[in-house]
Design a protein around this ligand. Structure first.
Ligand SMILES: [Zn+2]
Length: 331
């Protein structure tokens, strides 16, 4: 970046900071407020009020607030169908917004009596909606394993780096698409709406974090290869995680705190690269998620699974978690 551009940015900062003054906790005149909605221990009622306020501010920053509460017909169309071992896999197209359709993979178990649990399965950078079913990948085919155990699974693409609709935001569109996956499975008569989970790795772990945080229909969440702090994500990463207003509001621990008291498992591998999602940083972030679980009376509902692998899913830990919290058992 040239010297002139840097000076322009430096000059721009105070004006931007001034517009944020007085908006929320911790904003002080003359300083740039960062993480002003940071969670600190408080009473149950205050914790729930904090979650409501942070969700509202994040939905606004994600440019999704106009879509909330709107009835958008799914208009599901089955494009193809194939038999797999123990389940049927369909390719389906649904409406995400009134003007944009998305493709999803949907699996339905054979020979399993409803009501069924459902899991939104989310891939990372460079992946697609199919890769979470691939047992030879870093995802260990967790979606296929859940499907074979009798869960309904759904997967869509979140790896794009372009914004599809005017006035939207990349992270907002990704989140909205996985929220529409929840809409779709919740609309199926076979699915038990009180047993919907989500799981993902890397960018998928990030999207699982967002989905569990912002959509309270999610009752159990596994976020693999993602728990960290935003300072770490400023270095050595694709910057698609960041959008205007995010850092001023929260850090990742606060977003995960929106999932409380619902069940949350984070997974981080001991062989993660030194500049990646390391266990010491994950433990630091975890210590900032635990207070709200204590404040809401469910300290045991958040866990960090430290495994011996690298940037990958620990499949046995994921399956044990969903068996415990969603009743998805081997059959
Ligand atoms: Zn990216």
């Amino acid at each position: 970046m040239g010297r002139i551009a840097m000076i322009i940015l430096a000059l721009a900062a105070p004006a931007w900071a001034a517009t944020d003054e007085g908006r929320g906790d911790g904003a002080q005149a003359g300083t740039t407020a960062m993480r002003r909605m940071r969670y600190t221990s408080r009473s149950r009622g205050e914790a729930l009020a904090w979650q409501k306020e942070v969700r509202e501010q994040l939905f606004e920053a994600l440019k999704l607030d106009d879509l909330l509460g709107r009835k958008i017909d799914l208009k599901a169309k089955v494009l193809s169908s194939k038999a797999c071992d123990g389940y049927t896999e369909q390719e389906v197209e649904i409406n995400s917004t009134p003007g944009r359709r998305i493709k999803v993979v949907l699996t339905m178990p054979k020979g399993e009596e409803p009501p069924l649990a459902a899991v939104v399965c989310i891939h990372g950078h460079g992946g697609n909606r199919h890769v979470v079913y691939d047992r030879t990948s870093i995802y260990k085919g967790f979606a296929a394993a859940l499907a074979a155990r009798g869960a309904v699974t759904i997967s869509t693409d979140v790896g794009q780096h372009e914004v599809f609709e005017k006035g939207r935001l990349l992270m907002g569109e990704r989140l909205w698409d996985v929220m529409r996956c929840v809409d779709y499975v919740a609309s199926l008569p076979q699915v038990d709406g009180s047993r919907i989970g989500c799981a993902g790795l890397s960018l998928g772990g990030e999207m699982a974090m967002w989905l569990g945080a912002m959509d309270t229909r999610i009752s159990a969440e596994v976020s693999c290869g993602f728990l960290t702090v935003m300072d770490q994500m400023e270095k050595n990463h694709c910057m698609c995680w960041k959008f205007p207003g995010l850092r001023e509001l929260v850090d990742y621990a606060d977003i995960y705190a929106l999932t409380a008291p619902r069940a949350l498992q984070c997974q981080n591998g001991l062989k993660e690269g030194k500049t990646q999602f390391t266990v010491p940083i994950a433990r630091q972030a975890l210590s900032e998620i635990q207070p709200i679980y204590r404040d809401l009376g469910r300290p045991d509902n958040v866990e960090l699974c430290v495994h011996g692998g690298g940037h990958e899913v620990d499949l046995p830990a994921l399956l044990a978690f969903f068996e415990k919290h969603l009743g998805i058992a081997a059959r």
